[in-house]
Write a protein that binds this ligand. Structure first.
Ligand SMILES: CC(C)(COP(=O)(O)OP(=O)(O)OC[C@H]1O[C@@H](n2cnc3c(N)ncnc32)[C@H](O)[C@@H]1OP(=O)(O)O)[C@@H](O)C(=O)NCCC(=O)NCCS
Length: 366
């Protein structure tokens, strides 16, 4: 075993070969199936990108229509699953409820244990549709004990946002939300995606792998950061500076900064969201959130040489849209389910069980 270098956290260690996504750090580009994520987010719908991830190519217009209809047809959840979720205490975190919901949904999938590519693709569509619906409804269930049927004829991201807001939001908000939703869809081998692939490599079912991925995503070092990143945006510029400086003195992490892959530069997704935030602030006639974000970005660069990741500006934009912080990470789940599904499909199509080794540091009886 000693011929292999030990790298804590597997930093920089390739763990799979994949045709799904790569991060071109030098050129600050994220490539999904050969295409720039930023360009995809600006020019295409979530449905097209989910199709690209699941089927490996962009859909033609018939394929897109069929895929979107399929999502709409699957935007329902068995009453029994709704009952399970209604029975949870109201103070359950939406991420825990979502994880429970996905686990319960597994019991109703007729192809649960079929790990063929075709069955996995069909399950992916069902999961994307149902996880989106659960995400939109999770606070209705937990806080009001109610379940709202989705409006017909809306896109996937509009459906989720409409359920969260309780009414159809303005067009600019739908567009900003969809771009942000797309930016969250896939990011190579993040901890949750690696988790999904490790679970999938045992040839267990897709739902189980997604449940594991949701658990990994909840952590504040990963997806949970966007909920925590919102704290700084409670303040004005001076208050935000004080908040950050106090955190640094206490040697605490400022959420939404730093990234294992983009060590010393802004996450390209964050740049685009910053732009969206600036536009949105102009639209609502109040630029406080933008000024706070920009100020904290400069402060962190000066003090720590650390730069914003997607979660930082996403938190500000969600706040501007009036979305409760506890739903930020569930929205991440709803989007990333498409990315996770693509990785699970790829893993099971050409599987090798993950079974690394540990460097034993404990005692050995003689
Ligand atoms: C994402 C993250 C885990 C990546 O970590 P990493 O590249 O492995 O960096 P490390 O955890 O090794 O940290 C390196 C140094 O930078 C500091 N650091 C990293 N991120 C920091 C942050 N957000 N705030 C303050 N300090 C930070 C660490 O304390 C450490 O300092 P030290 O060497 O004095 O101990 C880390 O940057 C972080 O915790 N960020 C906040 C959570 C977050 O936003 N997560 C979402 C990621 S998309």
């Amino acid at each position: 075993m000693s011929q292999y270098p030990y790298v804590p956290g597997l930093e920089g260690v390739p763990a799979v070969e994949s045709t799904i996504c790569t991060i071109d750090v030098e050129n600050r580009r994220i490539i999904i199936r050969g295409k720039s994520l930023e360009k995809l987010a600006r020019e295409h719908s979530f449905e097209e990108i989910a199709y690209l991830l699941i089927y490996g190519k962009m859909p033609d217009s018939d394929e897109l229509k069929h895929f979107s209809n399929n999502l709409a047809l699957n935007r329902n959840v068995p009453d029994e699953v709704v009952s399970v979720l209604k029975s949870l205490p109201a103070n359950t975190h939406p991420m825990d409820a979502l994880r429970t919901g996905v686990s319960a949904l597994a019991a109703y999938d007729p192809e649960l244990d079929d790990t063929s590519v075709e069955a996995n693709r069909r399950k992916a569509v069902r999961l994307i549709a149902k996880v989106g619906l659960l995400t939109g409804n999770i606070d209705n269930l937990l806080l009001k004990g109610s379940w709202v049927k989705p409006s017909q004829g809306l896109s996937h991201s509009d459906t989720i946002l409409t359920l969260i807001k309780g009414e159809k939001p303005e067009a600019w908000m739908c567009r900003a939300f969809e771009i942000l939703f797309i930016l969250y869809v896939e990011h190579e081998l993040a901890a949750s995606t690696f988790t999904a692939r490790v679970i999938a490599s045992t040839l267990t079912d897709m739902y189980g792998a997604v449940v594991g991925a949701i658990s990994a995503l909840k952590g504040p070092l990963h997806g949970g950061a966007n909920e925590k990143a919102t704290e700084v945006f409670e303040y004005d510029v001076e208050g935000a500076e004080r908040y950050v400086r106090e955190k640094l003195v206490r040697k605490e992490r400022v959420m939404g900064f730093g990234h294992r892959v983009y060590k010393r530069g802004i996450d390209p997704r964050a740049e685009l969201v910053k732009e969206l935030l600036e536009e949105a602030c102009k639209r609502v006639g109040d630029d406080r959130l933008y000024r706070v974000g920009d100020h904290v970005e400069r402060l962190m660069a000066r003090e720590k040489n650390l730069y914003p990741n997607l979660d930082f500006y996403a938190a500000a934009l969600y706040k501007l849209m009036g979305i409760p912080p506890r739903l930020y990470t569930p929205i991440f789940v709803a989007s990333r389910t498409a990315g996770w599904a693509a990785h699970i499909i790829e893993q099971q199509a050409d599987n090798r069980l993950f079974r690394p080794r540990a460097i034993y540091k404990g005692p050995v009886e003689t």
